[in-house]
Design a protein around this ligand. Structure first.
Ligand code: ATP
Ligand code: MG
Length: 429
């Protein structure tokens, strides 16, 4: 029969690769916790309206990337294309916004029907964070600092650069929109097709176009930053000033508009030149109107999301560098019940021990072959004679150290001693 394949653009994370994921997840979990964030886990499937309302009808994601379908009840549902809208839905639903200052982080798969290519999957994974109820510029800066610290922890500081911009407040954007349309109208037919469509619906998004001719036209367009209200201008000036005080390097990119409708004021992206066209590893911004759009009491918010696959490929982490091999491999000719009990006793006394017991059995030769392949540094050998005598042999798999015969009831002590005096650098066969 023909083998069944996974869906295009949706990838398995295989056992050999998952150690890198677990490593990255543990670093990020620890980092968020240190800054006072708590994890939130929302469903992968939501009412499609959660996303269409939040993201706007004319964004790429809603227009052409969402996996939406009618379920058996006829409800229009969608696989989440991003995390923020669901977190906001949840925070409103459970009254988490009553006191200002909720800091939530999330991780997990997101789904977008895009053209699969390097750095672009249809199921991909994000880490993200959101802060609610704090309109002060210090919040924007602290969020940026969390990510800056992550780059330092991962050794990536020199490979990513921070770009920031401000999108002003709603009123600023409405007035600016008119100016931009007036500027672009004479160029209408010279814009790429997508941008022509956006000219009426969402002209700011034209800054996002990758088309060179469109980009050239946009280079001379009026800048939103020159048409801000006082409050938005002060807010952005404070953010920039704090970043300067803290020695955070950034450039202000007036063309940075972000793909989603809900952003306002501060927006930011970290970009790398090392991943080709898919160079944005982390992106975010303020969304002071989103909670109200989703039916909650007006509450400011700000957040970011980063792509896990892009991060891991930047780190060239393919699993091998964090792979755990067993420390000890147990080969035995004793009765199965006895061998299992011995292994259990060891696990009881040495909870951190990485022990693999040979379950396939057979000759010592066959078992040792598997012990060798496992990469374990030590073998525990339980032959017929050792079993009868109540002993176990500790035998190094490599090197010339002599094996040691120990009484089964003090095996844990002897093993601890061996493990602390043996080179534990894993050998991957
Ligand atoms: P892009 O411009 O690359 O399409 P985006 O603006 O659509 O990115 P966001 O919605 O801001 O991306 O998502 C945040 C991050 O999630 C991105 O910076 C990227 O690292 C990652 N990401 C987004 N879409 C994908 C995808 N299809 N495959 C892998 N990672 C993705
Ligand atoms: Mg995209």
């Amino acid at each position: 029969m023909k083998k069944i394949q996974s869906i295009r653009g949706m990838h398995d994370i295989l056992p050999e690769h998952s150690p890198s994921w677990q490593w990255l997840e543990s670093i990020i979990a620890q980092l968020f916790t240190a800054y006072g964030f708590e994890e939130i886990r929302t469903p992968i499937l939501e009412q499609a309206e959660v996303f269409t309302r939040a993201m706007g009808q004319t964004t790429d994601v809603v227009e052409k990337e969402m996996y939406a379908f009618n379920d058996r009840n006829g409800d229009l549902l969608s696989l989440r294309p991003e995390g923020t809208a669901g977190v906001v839905r949840s925070a409103i639903q459970h009254g988490l916004l009553h006191t200002p200052g909720l800091k939530a982080w999330y991780r997990g798969p997101m789904f977008r029907h895009e053209r699969p290519q390097k750095g672009r999957q249809r199921q991909f994974h994000q880490f993200g964070a959101e802060v609610f109820g704090l309109p002060q510029p210090g919040t924007d800066v602290e969020l940026i600092l969390v990510v800056e610290r992550l780059w330092r922890l991962l050794g990536l500081s020199d490979r990513v650069r921070l770009e920031i911009n401000t999108l002003g407040d709603k009123q600023d954007r409405l007035q600016y929109r008119e100016r931009l349309i007036n500027y672009l109208e004479p160029f209408r037919t010279q814009l790429d097709e997508d941008s022509q469509r956006r000219l009426d619906a969402n002209p700011l998004r034209i800054f996002d176009s990758k088309n060179p001719q469109t980009q050239a036209i946009m280079a001379d367009a009026p800048r939103l930053g020159d048409h801000l209200g006082d409050e938005a201008r002060d807010h952005f000036a404070t953010v920039c000033d704090l970043l300067d005080q803290l020695g955070v390097a950034y450039t202000v990119n007036p063309g940075l508009v972000r793909g989603l409708d809900y952003y306002c004021r501060t927006v930011f992206e970290w970009i790398t030149d090392d991943l080709g066209a898919q160079g944005t590893v982390c992106a975010g911004g303020r969304y002071d109107d989103l909670v109200a759009m989703q039916g909650g009491k007006p509450t400011p918010g700000i957040g970011f999301a980063m792509g896990a696959e892009r991060l891991l490929s930047l780190l060239e982490a393919d699993g091998t560098e964090h792979r755990q091999v067993p420390q000890v491999y147990l080969v035995s000719q004793a009765p199965l019940g006895f061998t299992l009990a011995l292994a259990e006793r060891l696990r009881e006394r040495l909870p951190d021990l990485l022990l693999t017991m040979d379950l396939a059995g057979g000759s010592f030769k066959a078992q040792f072959k598997r012990a060798d392949r496992s990469g374990a540094g030590l073998a525990l050998v339980l032959g017929e004679a050792e079993w009868q005598a109540g002993q176990v042999q500790i035998k190094p798999m490599r090197g010339d150290r002599e094996p040691e015969l120990v009484a089964a009831d003090r095996l844990d002590q002897a093993l601890s001693h061996w493990l602390s005096s043996t080179d534990q650098t894993p050998v991957i066969g």
